[in-house]
Design a protein around this ligand. Structure first.
Ligand SMILES: Nc1ncnc2c1ncn2[C@@H]1O[C@H](COP(=O)(O)OP(=O)(O)O)[C@@H](O)[C@H]1O
Ligand SMILES: [Mg+2]
Length: 267
């Protein structure tokens, strides 16, 4: 059995296709500024953010979600997002953080119920039912303690839990980290299907090739700044991506600044 059902997913799309605009976003930790005036857009569909370790990808998701202080504008469908996390959940955002953060001593079902903590009980049950329809393997495993599942299985629970809040914008921070190749494919397939069902998805990924193969658009973040962007298919062929991330032989005559400039032209 696959992790998801073969028919299109039910969830998402309820409130229409969300559009995120970020303008001049700066954020960091205490005096240490990580992001310096980042501006970008997340249109309906699947957008991926690529970049090396330490570039600020997680910091970017934290700042959007109000988990750390920020400066600049974060607009969801033209409306400024509040900086408080519980208000953000109400506004239709969900974040699956690095490391999944399930409650290991609780069952799969209990973890899913926590995903709907702000939803009235009757509606929460209906949403969980919908999510279990979309993830039939989780229905089989609903009584299993989350902590006894494999890494890939836990990641599925984390994504399913986020979908119980029926977000308009789902953010995934390196969902495939540490997973076996087949599980990576399944997870990226799920991200694609969630986007197709009407929830806008913003995903940070290390699997550059596989992520660009499922995404609509991509951005490359390096040292706290966006250095390239464009349709996923074009980015996958761009010099900056091929040289820095896909292991193509680097040319002595092409500086990385030159490569970045060319990629911007592709966008
Ligand atoms: N809680 C923190 N306190 C201080 N510095 C942090 C913290 N988290 C991350 N950093 C620093 O911020 C920078 C960006 O980190 P991060 O956003 O996690 O990068 P990425 O997700 O792209 O690997 C790094 O230099 C990292 O060391
Ligand atoms: Mg990170």
């Amino acid at each position: 059995m696959m992790w998801w059902r073969s028919e299109p997913f039910d969830f998402g799309g309820a409130a229409g296709q969300a559009h995120l605009k970020v303008r001049g976003l700066s954020a960091g930790y205490g005096p240490f500024l990580v992001l310096r005036g980042v501006s970008f857009e997340v249109k309906p569909g699947l957008t991926v953010i690529l970049g090396p370790n330490g570039a600020g990808k997680t910091t970017l998701l934290r700042a959007i979600n109000g988990l750390i202080p920020r400066q600049g504008e974060v607009l969801l469908d033209g409306e400024e997002l509040p900086e408080k996390t519980h208000e953000i959940v109400r506004d239709g955002l969900a974040l699956v953080a690095e490391g999944r953060q399930l409650f290991p001593q609780m069952s799969v079902l209990e973890n899913l119920e926590l995903g709907g903590w702000l939803v009235p009980k009757a509606e929460r049950q209906a949403r969980i039912e919908q999510v279990l329809n979309d993830f039939p393997k989780l229905r089989e495993r609903q009584q299993q303690l989350a902590g006894t599942m494999s890494g890939g299985e836990q990641q599925m629970v984390a994504v399913a839990r986020a979908m119980v809040s029926r977000p308009r914008l789902l953010m995934l921070d390196e969902p495939s980290l540490g997973l076996a190749p087949r599980m990576v494919d399944e997870l990226l397939g799920i991200a694609r299907r969630i986007a197709d069902a009407g929830t806008t998805v913003l995903m940070v990924e290390q699997n550059v090739k596989k992520a660009l193969a499922v995404a609509d658009r991509g951005y490359v973040l390096e040292r706290g700044a966006l250095v390239a962007s464009g349709p996923a298919k074009l980015l996958a062929r761009s010099t900056v991506i091929r040289e820095a991330y896909l292991g193509a032989a680097s040319s002595d005559t092409t500086s990385s600044a030159e490569a970045a400039r060319r990629t911007r032209e592709v966008a």
